[in-house]
Design a protein around this ligand. Structure first.
Ligand SMILES: Nc1ncnc2c1ncn2[C@@H]1O[C@H](COP(=O)(O)OP(=O)(O)OP(=O)(O)O)[C@@H](O)[C@H]1O
Ligand SMILES: [Mg+2]
Length: 282
């Protein structure tokens, strides 16, 4: 379990906190989504949790051990995929993975098998420099998985990927969770968060403004709606009603020729907007 307790970060030492009073925990075998607009403080938190930024205030505990007390063993147990691809441009995909595998003192995964899983088997012997942006990103993900990490940090893992590669990356992340990793996932992509995460936190201007499972957030903040598909002359049309407004729905149903009525859930995107007053993609 990873516990983050009341962390703060001030980059310039002038009392301007990029992150303030952030607390959450991630249990073993769970995917935790960290969602917020650009500049919200997501990468800052990930960098503190992985030791790239020093911990200024608060606590980060790995199975109860403070991050400051963790040494090489910890390095063997984490996998990090950064926003910017952290691979060597002059090496091929395969050489990159072999190189990084050799840095660990724990058993590592077969580089070729991993390249295959991220759709890079064909490009295994091509220099990373000649990869497209999406390919480099997939190589970065493969790098993060090479040591079968217990703690996995992923910053925007499906950005810029085509739908089928994005789907296979999702599946790969689920497998990591299922083998018992704690996964910290940073994203703007609400749909990804909804489909993958056991719990999510909304972060806005350095503070957490809501945190729960996606379903619980939808129940708490989402307005329940129904969509009515109806016939008008030769056409089929749809009209949407909030369940609070039952009279309008009832009147409408009596007036038209309904074909189908189905309930609609609020999306995490809409809930984020309601909770923070901000668009996530801003
Ligand atoms: N090295 C730095 N020095 C000073 N300020 C920084 C530094 N890095 C980040 N910040 C500031 O801290 C705040 C949070 O930035 P952070 O990179 O954590 O956001 P983010 O949520 O990861 O955004 P994005 O979605 O764009 O990646 C921003 O106001 C940013 O300008
Ligand atoms: Mg970031």
């Amino acid at each position: 379990m990873i516990s983050v307790k009341n962390i703060y970060h001030d980059y310039e030492g002038r009392g301007n906190f990029a992150v303030s009073d952030v607390s959450f925990s991630i249990e073993k075998g769970r995917i935790f989504g960290f969602l917020g607009p650009s500049g919200a403080g997501k990468s800052t938190v990930q960098n503190i949790m992985t030791g790239l930024l020093s911990l200024q205030r608060g606590e980060v505990l790995y199975d109860g051990q403070p991050i400051q007390s963790l040494k090489t063993k910890f390095f063997n147990q984490i996998g990090v995929s950064f926003e910017q691809p952290n691979v060597y441009a002059k090496l091929t995909g395969l050489e990159n993975l072999k190189y990084f595998a050799a840095l660990f003192s724990v058993p590592t995964r077969d580089p070729m098998e991993l390249l295959d899983r991220v759709g890079l088997r064909e490009a295994a012997n091509k220099k990373a420099n000649d990869y497209s942006k999406g390919m480099r990103q997939r190589l970065t993900l493969a790098r993060a998985l090479i040591n079968s990490p217990r703690y996995l940090f992923l910053d925007e893992p499906t950005n810029g990927l085509d739908p089928s590669t994005a789907a296979s990356v999702r599946e790969l992340i689920r497998e990591e969770r299922d083998r018992g990793a704690e996964v910290f996932l940073t994203t703007h992509n609400m749909e990804l968060a909804d489909s993958l995460c056991d719990a999510v936190a909304f972060i806005n201007e350095g503070k957490i403004s809501a945190m729960d499972s996606p379903d619980a957030l939808k129940l708490r903040y989402g307005k329940r709606r129904v969509a009515v598909l109806f016939r008008e002359g030769e056409q089929e049309k749809t009209e949407t009603f909030e369940l609070d407004d039952r009279q309008a729905l009832a009147d409408f149903l009596l007036r038209v020729d309904p074909i189908k009525v189905h309930s609609q859930e609020a999306t995490l995107e809409e809930i984020f907007l309601r909770v923070t007053g901000k668009e996530l993609t801003a």
